[in-house]
Write a protein that binds this ligand. Structure first.
Ligand SMILES: *[C@@H]1O[C@H](CO)[C@@H](O)[C@H](O)[C@H]1NC(C)=O
Ligand SMILES: *[C@@H]1O[C@H](CO)[C@@H](O)[C@H](O)[C@H]1NC(C)=O
Ligand SMILES: *[C@@H]1O[C@H](CO)[C@@H](O)[C@H](O)[C@H]1NC(C)=O
Length: 376
């Protein structure tokens, strides 16, 4: 009896083993380098970085082919006419059919210029790169994509960031005086997730003044909202649009095109990023790689390196962690790191110096992320 029982158990185990082996054969486990390996590699490379025009051109072409950032990153009157069905990219089975009301809030491509700034912080040269021209567009020169990672704290990257021609930031980060030295104060495009409108500004159902006052920090930049990623995000996004356009604000509201977000997601998935959703930062990096000649990224460091048991904060301004499995930030970082190594974009070196400091501490951990989801 006992023997028979064991035999049954054995065969069950054997069957399980075969199943598991078969599973791994069909779906090989994607091995991510460990945090330690990454940090060591980052250190090994040190300060050396050389721009690789071949890599830059290659990625611009790849991204233009898959996702066409210049034409598609926002919904416009041209790419989303009345009657067009916009499928939400962050959930299944929901769509929005463009109607008179939504059509009226979409920008016209001709209005979509990129305001450049040069020289003194306030000298905005309103030279406009039209998205629609007959001649091939010259790419923007220097772009900065600023994540919100705690690694930016005490980084003194502010001046460097401010010198870029086009500065993108994630999810309405605070730009108050205390952070000026570390993150700068100029912005040309800032993303805003509908959830922040809900959580911090009562969904804009009551007073709108706090929201408008808060937005003053972004001057006359674009505010980029994923209005068609999750169904509950559409109404708050429209309210944000009306709040801004009914005021004397100089901001331009843009709604992310769900087709663009979906295609960018596929692009990175094919390159090993297995997150359910990309982080806002990687969407902006994709946009920048498609439109700019030189891309520098700041504040992307999804590792928490403990110094005397003290982790770096999650954001440069707070330490609130996002949902655990939503993003695959280390995977995303590996992608950025590959691009950095090949000279296609630059992960800013101030960060590396800082890691150097932290390397003296032996125990660091993989925790948290550097920017939030675009659709939350
Ligand atoms: C430059 O980029 C191309 C395309 O990504 C790559 O094949 C090449 O190895 C890179 N060159 C260097 C020196 O890294
Ligand atoms: C950025 O900060 C500098 C120094 O405080 C200030 O002179 C400048 O007006 C600020 N620029 C913006 C766009 O807020
Ligand atoms: C918008 O820009 C104009 C011209 O630069 C400026 O005078 C005005 O104060 C700005 N409005 C707001 C709300 O910042």
């Amino acid at each position: 009896m006992l023997v028979r029982c064991c035999r049954v158990k054995l065969s069950v185990w054997a069957a399980l083993c075969v199943l598991v082996i078969g599973w791994f054969y069909v779906f090989p486990v994607y091995r991510l380098p460990s945090d330690k390996e990454i940090v060591e590699e980052v250190l090994g490379l040190g300060e050396a970085w050389k721009k690789n025009q071949t890599g830059i051109d290659l990625y611009r072409n790849l991204l233009t082919e898959c996702c066409n950032p210049r034409w598609m990153f926002a919904v416009t009157k041209e790419n989303a006419p009345i009657g067009k069905v916009l499928w939400y990219d962050g959930e299944y089975y929901y769509s929005h059919t463009v109607n008179d009301e939504t059509y009226s809030v979409f920008v016209q491509e001709a209005e979509l210029g990129v305001r450049r700034s040069r020289g003194t912080p306030d000298a905005y040269l309103h030279s406009v790169y039209r998205l629609r021209t007959t001649t091939p567009l010259k790419p923007l020169k220097k772009c900065a994509v600023v994540g919100n990672g705690g690694i930016l704290r005490h980084s003194k990257c502010g001046r460097d960031i401010n010198q870029a021609d086009f500065i993108m930031r994630c999810n309405l980060p605070p730009l108050t005086k205390e952070y000026l030295e570390d993150v700068g104060n100029k912005t040309h495009l800032v993303t805003a997730n509908p959830s922040i409108i809900e959580k911090r500004f009562q969904g804009l159902l009551w007073s709108r003044k706090a929201f408008l006052d808060y937005l003053k920090a972004y001057g006359s930049s674009f505010v980029y909202m994923p209005a068609f990623s999750m169904k509950p995000g559409t109404d708050p996004s429209l309210r944000a649009y009306y709040t801004v356009t009914d005021s004397s604000s100089n901001l331009t509201m843009l709604f992310a095109n769900p087709d663009f977000l979906r295609n960018v997601g596929k692009f990175w998935k094919a390159r090993g990023v297995h997150a359910k959703r990309l982080s806002t930062g990687l969407f902006l990096v994709s946009l920048a790689l498609g439109m700019c000649d030189e891309v520098t990224v700041y504040g992307f460091w999804p590792f928490s390196i403990a110094l005397d048991g003290q982790p770096i904060s999650h954001h440069y301004y707070d330490n609130i962690l996002p949902g655990k499995w939503f993003h695959a930030m280390p995977e995303e970082f590996v992608q950025l790191w590959h691009l950095h190594k090949s000279g296609t974009l630059r992960v800013k070196k101030q960060m590396i110096k800082k890691i150097d400091l932290f390397m003296h501490a032996a125990n660091y951990k993989f925790v948290g992320t550097s920017s939030d989801a675009i659709s939350e």
